[in-house]
Design a protein around this ligand. Structure first.
Ligand code: ADP
Ligand code: MG
Length: 318
């Protein structure tokens, strides 16, 4: 069809009419109001061998962990509480003995951390490559879920944790460095979604927009800006970077800002808040929401990257 990833999703969205009150395609989760004063959150994400992971590199325990974690992260991005998951796998004949047991052990360890049991799924054969699909159900108080559309001019742009570790971990894995970088590789293989932090943000007055960072801020912040009809300035000198990442970049000449902004798979939270909001979770302010600059197309948000002459657009699948 020749469309980019987001253009294609936009086209699919236009084909369906969604009842009033339900939030469909376009955020980390769909949001469905319930009669008991709660909202149900639903999210689904696939992991495909050769695209999201490499069978020859990742161990099955980490793959199970990551499959659940990246989906739980979308519940975190809405400030929800995970309720249960569904796991579907298409398994090629080449799957080694014991693979599924180890996969489920990893899947269960991260699920148990958030009291989120596996409730169902599907198991089929695959011709060639392993394909994993996970769906998570979550819940949230009515009207409390944090959307991408909540950013306002004057908000501070904030992130939890550190950025770029996962992308550096992936580069280490792909380049086959002999040096051990367990922290960075662990951040890539076994991310810990910010579920508790998301729930705290949802309970705080003054939070604007929120989402989890899966494609890098160069892409993900643009989603918030598009949904909210605003622009932003981000100071790349203020990006939170781990000591491990700084050290590796210094030694290898890697660009930490590029890993942090274009790399993706951090599964941290990106959120905005009104100045003075009592944010009770550890976070770093990296920028500010601004009105669309004069003369710019209001439908195309602008990010002014301070402290660099480069642009960052995040990770794109196609
Ligand atoms: P995330 O990175 O948070 O998982 P995605 O970029 O995968 O988000 O998807 C963005 C939005 O588009 C989400 O609301 C998702 O549910 C929706 N979406 C993606 N692919 C499809 C599809 N094939 N059909 C319907 N909705 C889709
Ligand atoms: Mg997301």
């Amino acid at each position: 069809m020749g469309k980019g990833e987001f253009e294609l999703i936009g086209w699919i969205k236009e084909q369906f009419e969604v009842p009033e009150g339900i939030l469909g395609i376009g955020d980390d989760c769909a949001v469905i109001p319930q009669r008991d004063g709660l909202e149900t959150l639903v999210t689904t994400d696939m992991l495909v061998d050769g695209i999201h992971f490499l069978m020859e590199d990742i161990d099955p325990y980490s793959l199970g962990w990551k499959s659940a974690a990246v989906n739980l992260s979308d519940i975190a991005g809405m400030g929800g509480k995970p309720v249960g998951t569904f796991l579907s796998t298409a398994l090629p004949k080449s799957i080694p003995d014991g693979f599924t047991e180890e996969f489920i052990r990893g899947y269960k360890d991260i699920s148990d951390r958030f009291n989120c049991p596996l409730l169902g799924g599907d198991t089929t054969a695959a011709k060639d490559r392993l394909c994993i699909s996970v769906t998570v159900l979550g819940s949230c108080g009515a009207g409390q879920s944090l959307k991408r559309s909540g950013a306002r001019t004057g908000d501070l742009v904030c992130v939890t944790g550190t950025l770029g570790d996962s992308a550096a971990g992936l580069r280490i894995i792909l380049e086959g460095h002999s040096e051990r970088q367990e922290f960075l590789i662990g951040r890539h293989y076994r991310p810990v979604p910010r579920v508790a932090e998301g729930q705290k943000l949802a309970a705080t007055t003054g939070i604007g927009a929120c989402m989890d960072i899966s494609d890098g801020i160069g892409s993900d912040l643009r989603h918030i800006l598009e949904a909210s009809g605003v622009s932003a300035s981000v100071d790349v000198r203020s990006l939170p970077l781990s000591a491990e990442l700084r050290d590796l970049c210094a030694r290898r000449g890697w660009d930490a800002a590029e890993l942090a902004l274009d790399g993706g798979e951090d599964y941290e939270l990106l959120f905005t808040c009104r100045p003075g909001t009592p944010v009770s979770i550890p976070h770093t302010v990296i920028g500010e929401i601004i009105a669309a600059p004069d003369g710019s197309d209001p439908a195309v948000p602008v990010i002014i990257w301070e402290g660099t002459d480069r642009d960052f657009t995040g990770f794109r699948h196609f």
